[in-house]
Ligand binder design. Structure first.
Ligand SMILES: [Cu+2]
Length: 174
């Protein structure tokens, strides 16, 4: 049931400007959101974080001007995927890489003020326990190349951050 998979680093698709990371032992790659439908009230965000330092780090919060950011974890019980607010944030051990991805931990953007449109990256601030705030640009990717159901999955989001997903297939492993 580990919702957060730890892997060794994979190829970086989107790198931050080097200057943004010069002082912090963190690497954030592949930051992206799936494009959202025009009426969507919520969206998801994914990325890969590597702790290149030798002390534990923790992603505490996510802030954005276009929505309220939350950290969610997906748990599947009896075929029903449920999303849980990660109240204590997301820990990244020294030397480890944590992937936020479909069916696992992810960023939830609630109350979108505008849809995510491909070609229009969105600025997001990641708040780390030690490193503090880190500005990251999230690319907007077209929906649905391999069964991205994020829009459907998050339709039932409530204000308290809990949600039940009704399509019974919350994992979408590749
Ligand atoms: Cu969620």
């Amino acid at each position: 049931m580990p919702a957060i998979r730890l892997r060794t680093a994979i190829a970086a698709l989107i790198l931050l400007p080097a200057a943004a990371l010069a002082e912090v032992p963190l690497t954030v790659t592949d930051a992206h959101v799936p494009a959202s439908l025009p009426m969507a009230r919520a969206g998801t965000g994914y990325m890969t974080i590597t702790n290149t330092g030798d002390t534990p780090e923790r992603l505490m919060a996510v802030e954005a001007e276009f929505a309220r950011g939350m950290l969610h974890e997906t748990e599947v019980e009896d075929g029903i995927a449920r999303m849980i607010h990660m109240e204590r944030g997301l820990e990244i051990a020294p030397g480890e890489t944590v992937m936020l991805e479909q069916g696992g931990a992810h960023i939830m953007f609630m109350g979108l003020t505008a849809p995510f449109r491909p070609g229009h990256p969105v600025p997001v601030t990641l708040i780390f326990e030690n490193a503090g705030p880190l500005e990251v640009e999230f690319a907007v990717r077209p929906q649905g190349s391999h069964g991205d159901h994020s829009e459907e999955m998050h339709r039932e989001h409530r204000e308290d951050g809990t949600v039940e997903m009704h399509h019974g297939d919350g994992q979408h492993e590749e």
